[in-house]
Ligand binder design. Structure first.
Ligand code: F2R
Ligand code: MG
Ligand code: MG
Ligand code: MG
Length: 300
């Protein structure tokens, strides 16, 4: 088994994928009941269960592009990443993309990638998108920048987001404002209900109403949660994120990448591996990102 830091890289990429695959069947539906979700996770944990694997959606399609671009280019190359997004979208357009981001792909292609930031800038009458589509694909950037100075992480995170999402609300002030609310909810401990989370942090496809919710899900699931049967802490994170309803694939994916990095790949129950499409690709990309990092002298 791969342990230590390499296992955390794998856990982060696998966690993002698994949150997406397991959360996708519930996206946009009314909040699933406690019994439905408990039996969903119980069934999937049964090694004898024979069902097709769950498909990944746009969240993973784009995460894979971000990772592959950083790997191929050994760093951030805006044109390459934009080309990978566009190629991926036109190869498999039915992965459940946001309804406006597809206009960016069309414009990038039509303008032959001349100014790769321009199409995102004209979305929504020049205001840019505040959808969570940039946040949902960010895990490989964090891994690639593992040992880099903070300013490099911020630069790559911001610029790679700007390829599709130009609205500042999505990744700046509003997220921080919501983080204050997150702290308030944390102080209330285990009594916080899914409705309170929805009302306070949001469970929507906008960045500022889903990123803090994903962080909250990770923190909340560090300990057992009432009504959530999953006793493995990684699965509990994904289970809890899905239980909030709304943008379940994306919130579970973002929470899953944090939880996977925190607990490490070896903590993800094996019985769940086969339920998610292309897990081996996520592991392969994680290993490549791990090998590319400049190791600190004390790390093994
Ligand atoms: N698209 C979905 N889910 C709905 C349908 C999926 C369904 N399960 C199916 O099978 O078909 N999910 C995916 O979209 C989200 C990420 O979206 P992204 O990439 O940010 O797209 P976009 O189009 O830029 O923004 C999404 C919507 O947000 C609203 N919006 C954004 N900026 C706005 C602005 N400045 N003003 C007003 N509205 C704005 C719009 O409604 C956009 O369409 C993830 O959940 C992913 O899973
Ligand atoms: Mg999706
Ligand atoms: Mg459109
Ligand atoms: Mg979604």
């Amino acid at each position: 088994a791969v342990e230590g830091l390499a296992g955390k890289f794998r856990g982060s990429m696998a966690g993002a994928l698994m949150g997406d695959c397991l959360g996708a069947p519930f996206e946009g539906e009314s909040r699933a009941s406690r019994s439905v979700l408990n039996s969903y996770f119980r069934r999937l944990a049964d090694p004898a269960l024979k069902v097709p694997y769950k498909l990944y959606t746009d969240d993973t399609a784009m995460t894979r592009c971000v990772a592959q671009s950083l790997i191929d280019e050994k760093g951030y190359c805006a044109t390459d990443m934009a080309k990978k997004f566009v190629k991926e979208y036109y190869n498999e357009p039915k992965r459940g993309y946001g309804s406006n981001v597809t206009d960016v792909f069309a414009a990038l292609r039509a303008t032959k990638f001349q100014d790769v930031y321009a199409p995102a800038g004209i979305q929504f009458g020049g205001r840019g998108s505040y959808g969570n589509g940039a946040a949902m694909r960010i895990a490989p950037v964090a891994l690639f920048c593992y040992d880099a100075p903070d300013k490099e992480v911020v630069h790559i995170a911001k610029d790679s987001s700007l390829l599709t999402h130009a609205n500042r609300l999505g990744y700046n002030g509003a997220v921080l404002q919501k983080l204050e609310k997150l702290l308030e909810l944390m102080e209330q401990g285990d009594s916080v209900t899914p409705s309170q989370v929805e009302d306070t942090l949001g469970v929507y496809i906008s960045a500022h109403m889903s990123v803090p919710t994903a962080i909250y899900s990770f923190i909340r699931a560090l300990n057992p949660v009432t009504n959530i049967e999953s006793d493995n802490a990684f699965l509990r994170t994904i289970h809890y994120a899905i239980s909030l309803g709304g943008d379940t694939d994306t919130i579970a994916s973002m929470a899953g990448s944090i939880a996977g990095a925190y607990y490490g790949f070896s903590e993800i129950p094996e019985s769940f591996h086969r339920h998610c499409e292309a897990l081996s690709d996520a592991i392969e990309q994680a290993d490549q990102l791990f090998k590319m990092r400049k190791p600190k002298s004390t790390e093994t």
